[in-house]
Write a protein that binds this ligand. Structure first.
Ligand code: KG4
Ligand code: ZN
Length: 398
């Protein structure tokens, strides 16, 4: 089955095309025909994402990305597209409408089977652009739409990625059998969650953040240190420099919030405030102090995430640990989890760093499994849900 994935939930515009077959845990295989992503730089100056800026940027970039992906995938075309009726679907996205009509005039319908699109969670104005784009394409090419939960995309790509394979176009990637129960630690700009799956594609929240998400904490601390948005990679770089420094430095100490609490919830707002206090007490901050502070912050976050996850693993007799979301690109965090998982009867699955952050490959992959279950959407009622939860979906017969 050939699935086109569309992702516009935050500040990355992404399109991917996969050819997948088989069922999960049996003979699943997928081939990445092409994928493309445009990361919006406009938000850097604000230190966060502005929904209206994101929406306009998605409008500009979807069609060029689609053209690129189709051209790379070299799919056989199957006749004309229907352009009548598209004006109505894209009445709020005039720039996208103009580009899409132009595109459809010069391109035939490609041989794909369904369009998977992120419907939530995320920024609603941004989500709507992707949804309306998917509706317009589905109309033009007479294809079904599969609504996808962005967080399920993060789980699926982390769970299924064969870590021994480097991504190249047209390379086949097959899944290893995943032992259940599976625990997913989702750590991104908007989420910090521990989710238990006793069955494939079924989710039960066992812990979540009570305030800031871990990626949000990275972004805010980066801002305090005068580093660019997104803050995760910048902090990680400073922290790494501190780890490689030989010498004796004064290391600021930060709290490990809720680490001894028996529940599986998190809280990062206090940690962020503690960083602010350290900066205030050491102003003007030296470059060395910044590095040491970044390192201690990364350590504090990692300690809490590792500790809580390991306790959840014991508590629920978990056999597979999946880590996903932008923060799972963090090198130190990955190495600490690897260390902790060694010697246990536990499989650790992490995505390749370039697919830890938002992308459309993960949406196409999750969309494939949903399409296999015939979970297609009615375009008339398909809508964005900024707060969509993983356990909201009705249980469908497999
Ligand atoms: O999953 P994602 O791309 O978008 C959301 O769905 O939120 O995650 C983005 C988050 C940002 O907060 C960013 O600072 C963080 O992931 N991030 C990192 C790293 N790379 C991205 N955090 C820590 N270390 C990294 N290397
Ligand atoms: Zn994400």
């Amino acid at each position: 089955m050939k699935i086109l994935g569309v992702e516009t939930s935050c500040d990355d515009t992404a399109i991917a095309l996969i050819d997948a077959s088989g069922d999960f845990d049996a003979d699943f295989k997928f081939n990445t025909l092409a994928h493309a992503i445009h990361s919006q730089k406009e938000h850097e100056q604000y230190g966060g994402v502005f929904p209206n800026v994101a929406r306009k940027e998605h409008e500009k970039h979807l069609v060029p990305l689609l053209a690129h992906v189709l051209q790379k995938s070299k799919l056989v075309c199957q006749g004309d597209a229907l352009t009548e009726g598209i004006e109505k679907i894209l009445e709020r996205e005039q720039e996208l409408l103009r580009q899409l009509l132009q595109f459809l005039k010069t391109h035939e319908k490609p041989g794909i089977d369904a369009i998977a699109v992120t419907v939530g969670p995320g920024l609603e104005p941004a989500l709507w652009v992707g949804i309306n784009f998917a509706k317009a394409l589905a109309h033009a090419w007479n294809l079904p739409i599969v609504p996808v939960n962005h967080m399920e995309g993060h789980i699926v790509i982390s769970a299924l990625w064969d870590r021994n394979n480097e991504i190249t176009n047209n390379q086949e990637t097959s899944s290893k059998k995943i032992q259940l129960p599976m625990l997913s630690l989702l750590i991104s700009g908007g989420h910090t969650e521990l989710i238990l799956s006793k069955k494939w594609m079924q989710y039960e929240y066992i812990g979540r953040t009570r305030d800031d998400a871990v990626g949000e904490a990275f972004d805010k601390v980066a801002r305090m240190l005068g580093l660019p948005y997104p803050g995760g990679p910048a902090i990680s770089k400073l922290a790494e420099a501190a780890r490689n420094n030989v010498g004796i430095y004064e290391i600021p100490t930060l709290p490990r919030p809720m680490i001894y609490d028996k529940n599986f919830d998190f809280s990062f707002a206090g940690l962020k405030t503690a960083v602010l206090r350290k900066i205030e007490a050491n102003t003007p901050v030296t470059e060395e102090f910044k590095k040491q502070l970044a390192r201690e912050f990364e350590d504090a976050v990692t300690d809490v995430l590792v500790d809580k996850s390991m306790r959840a693993i014991e508590n629920y007799s978990v056999k597979t640990l999946v880590i996903g979301g932008g923060v799972s690109a963090n090198k130190h965090l990955r190495s600490q989890f690897r260390e902790q998982c060694q010697g246990r009867t536990l499989t650790l699955l992490v995505p390749p760093p370039q697919f830890a952050t938002d992308n459309a490959l993960m949406i196409a992959l999750a969309g494939y499994f949903r399409a296999k279950r015939n979970e297609f959407a009615d375009p008339m009622t398909l809508s964005a849900n900024g707060n969509l939860k993983l356990d909201e979906r009705e249980e469908m017969p497999a």
